[in-house]
Design a binder for this molecule. Structure first.
Ligand code: SAM
Length: 456
């Protein structure tokens, strides 16, 4: 078993971006990531921001920002309703393969098949994975995000009040323990992949059968499990109690599947919103489309990546559609299926239509910066960063010559740090593609035509 990189040692935690900031003469990709990172704020969803960010971009980013701005212009015409002229080319539910035009592809089935076929290999196998630290790091991000917004929900609740959660696209139940830690009372788990959901339910059963022995702590939350395509099925109709009001909805590493088409995105948002009470939160993690497009624009052709991830775009490079902007995403041993760009201004509009106000959109690197002190002990407990230089006999997971230059430089600048916690450059390049989002449910008022309107 791999030795713990963190236990017993207080390390400085450093991400590759931190070093890049100190060293201007980095590769163009690093510079892009950095300029994006430093210019992103919660206002990022705003099309105005797309314009202003242009000033911070290197010359070869200009073209990229034009693409993003172009889409924004195309999309946004008024404040609160989704324009009727949304370009949805390439968004047909069953589209055709660019390489084999006559072959019809059902992307949702591909995704379900892929996740169903993923074996539950257990902790031991996970600890041997090339991307174990990145996976742990992603888990840390989810924990901090969930904690942040569950705390906000709790602020408006009496002590001991119920707290109900929907985990949309829950997978094998990677977050079940997080829900236990946050002391929720009821959980609804939904996923399209039946086998994954069965594993999730089994995990829950195991956890709950162990719970009464947990030295007298309150019993674990109750749970229900729904196999459904959250982009096509109204989940409320499948709840044990369809009148139930939820406090919190989470959709981790999955919302982007819904941007295959307008109707799927609308269905997913409706599922996120319609049972959420005012003041409740819908949070999640998705790839940041601006960053994806920027890396795509900078590569020759449509494929880019490194030894841990690769992405191949299968849509128009000059004018990606708002829905159905498809790419195949491959992540070492974990993901290998079609995904879709989530155009943020469009998401924001669709969400508003469902009474969800965007309160935060933050890339993983800035989120990490904000929480790294508060979450320091959890970073250690979750083994979310690799120790550099490694402890005796523990090999580095990345390429020692190429993947830790940032760590070497960092340590040169701070000679008193004997060990630091970091991620290999390849893992960082993969994880820094992602962003967290949070929407707050607004109050519903009914207009004279009996239609819902939402107020902050
Ligand atoms: C990357 S996994 C994330 C799982 C879990 N949320 C987590 O963070 O560990 C993506 C999950 O989304 C699910 N998914 C993808 N498309 C879906 C859809 N249309 N409806 C419901 N679940 C879907 C997959 O089956 C898979 O379990």
């Amino acid at each position: 078993m791999r030795a713990s990189p963190c236990r017993g040692c207080r390390r400085e935690n450093v991400r590759p971006g931190e070093v890049r900031r100190e060293n201007e003469s980095t590769s163009s990709e690093a510079a892009v990531t950095q300029s994006e990172a430093s210019s992103r704020t919660n206002e990022d969803a705003d099309s105005k921001c797309t314009q202003s960010r242009k000033h911070k971009l290197s010359p070869d980013r200009e073209r990229v920002s034009k693409v993003a701005r172009h889409d924004t212009d195309r999309d946004i015409s008024a404040n609160s309703s989704v324009p009727s002229d949304l370009t949805t080319s390439g968004n047909s539910r069953k589209d055709s393969d660019a390489s084999e035009p006559n072959k019809i592809i059902d992307n949702t089935s591909l995704v379900a098949e892929h996740y169903n076929a993923l074996e539950e290999k257990g902790l031991r196998h996970r600890n041997q994975s090339r991307i174990v630290y990145m996976r742990n790091f992603n888990n840390w991000i989810k924990s901090m995000l969930i904690n942040e917004y569950i705390s906000k929900v709790r602020q408006n609740k009496n002590h001991g009040a119920s707290l109900r959660v929907l985990d949309m696209c829950c997978g094998k139940g990677g977050d079940l323990f997080k829900w236990k830690k946050t002391n929720i009372t009821h959980l609804i788990c939904a996923d399209i992949a039946e086998v994954s959901l069965e594993q999730c339910q089994q995990r829950y059963n195991d956890m709950s059968s162990r719970s009464p022995n947990d030295r007298g702590f309150a019993p674990i939350y109750t749970a229900e499990f729904i196999t459904a395509d959250c982009t096509k099925v109204r989940l409320r109709e499948k709840y044990k109690d369809p009148s139930m009001q939820l406090d919190f909805v989470s959709c981790q590493f999955a919302f982007h599947y819904s941007f295959e088409s307008l109707s799927q995105a609308e269905c997913m948002l409706r599922n996120a919103s319609e049972t959420l009470r005012p003041g409740g939160y819908f949070v999640g993690t998705i790839p940041d489309a601006y960053d994806l497009v920027s890396r795509w624009q900078q590569c020759d052709g449509n494929k880019f990546g490194n030894d841990v991830y690769s992405i191949e775009f299968l849509c128009d490079k000059e004018r990606p559609p708002l829905f159905g902007a498809k790419y195949n995403f491959h992540l070492e041993g974990v993901v290998d299926c079609p995904e879709f760009l989530v155009h943020l201004p469009t998401l924001r509009k669709l969400a508003l239509k469902n009474g969800l106000e965007l309160v935060s959109f933050e890339r993983f690197d800035t989120f990490y910066e904000r929480f790294k002190d508060e979450g320091r002990s959890l970073l250690g407990n979750m083994q979310a960063l690799e120790t550099y230089p490694p402890f005796h006999e523990v090999p580095l997971l990345g390429n020692p010559e190429q993947d830790y230059q940032h760590a070497v430089q960092y340590m040169q600048n701070l000679p008193d740090h004997r060990k630091i916690g970091t991620l290999s450059q390849s893992e960082w390049d993969a994880t820094s593609l992602y962003a967290v989002f949070a929407f707050r449910k607004m109050k519903t008022v009914w207009n004279s035509e009996g239609k819902p309107e939402y107020v902050a």
